[in-house]
Design a protein around this ligand. Structure first.
Ligand code: SF4
Length: 336
C-alpha cells in the first residue's frame, strides 16, 4: 500500500516577505498588553485595536473589553484605561474622553498621526483638503475628524476625481489613507493633478512603508501562481488591496482567508504554485497554520520570496515604557 505522502501531489508555496504585522500593529497590540500588566483588567479598547479577530480574541482572553463608543464604559470602570485603536480617532474622541474623566492611551499608528499633521498643515495654510481613501473606514473617519466639518472632501476613485467640484480649485492640498493600493492611488492623484494643476502634495507619501512593501512583494511573487492566499480580515483595507494586487500582477486566483479552516480545498483544483502573504494586521501564527494545512494535503516546498527587510519599530506611550513583557507576551505581541 502506497504511503499517504507518496500520494500527495507536489506544490510550491511562494511565501512573501515582508508580510504580516507592521510596526504600527505591533505597537498597538503591545500597548493593550502593557496596559493590562500595568493597570490590571479590564482595559477598554475603542474599536478593534487592529482588524483581526484572532488578535482581538487573544486580547479579550487577557482581560481587554472592546467597545465602539466611550459611553459603553460603565461608570465604575472609569479609572481603568481606554485604548484608542491603531487607525486613529477624530479629535472629538479624546475631547469626549476628557469630558467623561476617562484615562486614555492613544495607540494611533505614528504614520497615521503623520497624515493627520499633514492634513492640518494644508488647512493651516488655507488649503481645502482632499482625502483619498475609503468611505467609512475608521482611519478615514479619524483623519476627517482632525479638521472642522466641511474642510475635507473624500475622493475614492478616478471617477470621483473626474466629478469633484472644489470650493477653490487653486487652493487644494491632498493626503491619502495609509493602506491604499499604490497603483490605484497614483491614478487618482494623476487625474486630480490634471484637473487642478495647483494641487499641493503632502510633504511625504501618506501610503505607509508596510503597505508599499507588502504590495510590492505580492506583485513580484504573483506571476505564475495558480492561487494566491492573503491572510487577513474582510474589514482589513491593506489585506483586501493585496488580493487585488495579486490578481493584477498575474495570479490566476486570489482569496482572502482568516484561518486555514476557511480554505475551500474542493474549489482549489489543480495547482502547482501557491502564493502566500498576510496583511499588516494578520499574525504569523496563522501563516504557519496555513502552511501546515497545505503540508497535510500536498507535498509542499516553501520558497521564500523576500523583497526588502523592514526594521521599523515604534515606541509605546511614555506611561508604559517601564513595563516589562514576558517571553510569552512578546510572542503574542509578535503574532507568533
Ligand atoms: S499599516 Fe502602516 S499606517 Fe497602518 S498601522 Fe501599519 S505601519 Fe501604521
Amino acid at each position: 500500500m502506497a504511503s499517504s505522502t507518496a500520494a500527495k501531489s507536489q506544490i510550491t508555496i511562494r511565501l512573501c516577505g515582508p508580510r504580516g504585522f507592521c510596526a504600527g500593529v505591533d505597537r498597538a497590540i503591545q500597548i493593550v498588553v502593557l496596559a493590562l500588566k500595568e493597570f490590571g483588567a479590564p482595559v477598554y479598547v475603542r474599536h478593534e485595536i487592529v482588524h483581526n479577530r484572532y488578535v482581538v480574541e487573544g486580547l479579550e482572553a487577557k482581560g481587554a473589553i472592546f467597545v465602539e463608543e466611550l459611553g459603553e464604559i460603565p461608570p465604575e470602570h472609569r479609572k481603568q484605561p481606554v485604548v484608542f485603536s491603531a487607525h486613529g480617532v477624530p479629535k472629538s474622541v479624546p475631547a469626549d474622553a476628557d469630558q467623561r474623566n476617562l484615562f486614555y492611551l492613544d495607540a494611533t499608528c505614528p504614520l497615521v498621526s503623520k497624515v493627520h499633521k499633514q492634513a492640518m498643515r494644508h488647512h493651516r495654510l488655507g488649503r481645502h483638503v482632499v482625502l483619498i481613501g475609503h468611505a467609512g473606514h475608521p482611519e478615514v473617519i479619524g483623519t476627517m475628524g482632525q479638521l472642522p466639518e466641511g474642510s475635507v472632501s473624500l475622493i475614492e476613485t478616478v471617477e470621483d476625481a473626474d466629478l469633484y467640484v472644489p470650493p477653490d480649485p487653486d487652493n487644494l492640498g491632498y493626503v491619502t489613507q495609509t493602506t491604499l493600493s499604490v497603483d490605484d492611488t497614483a491614478g487618482v492623484i494623476k487625474r486630480l493633478h490634471e484637473r487642478f494643476p495647483n494641487l499641493t502634495a503632502p510633504a511625504a507619501d501618506s501610503i505607509c512603508y508596510a503597505t508599499t512593501n507588502r504590495q510590492e512583494a505580492v506583485k513580484q511573487a504573483a506571476p505564475g501562481c495558480d492561487l494566491f492566499l492573503i491572510v487577513g480580515a474582510p474589514n482589513s483595507s491593506n489585506s483586501k488591496r493585496l488580493v487585488e494586487v495579486a490578481l493584477r500582477a498575474g495570479a490566476k486566483k486570489s482569496v482572502l482567508v482568516q484561518r486555514a479552516s476557511e480554505i475551500d480545498w474542493e474549489a482549489i483544483g489543480d495547482i502547482s504554485t501557491v502564493g502566500l502573504s498576510a496583511g499588516a494586521s494578520a499574525p504569523e501564527v496563522i501563516v504557519n497554520e496555513i502552511i501546515e494545512a497545505f503540508r497535510e494535503r500536498y507535498d509542499a516546498t516553501v520558497e521564500l520570496a523576500d523583497t526588502v527587510e523592514e526594521n521599523e519599530n515604534f515606541l509605546v506611550n511614555r506611561e508604559l515604557r517601564h513595563v516589562e513583557l514576558t517571553a510569552a507576551d512578546m510572542a503574542f505581541v509578535n503574532g507568533e
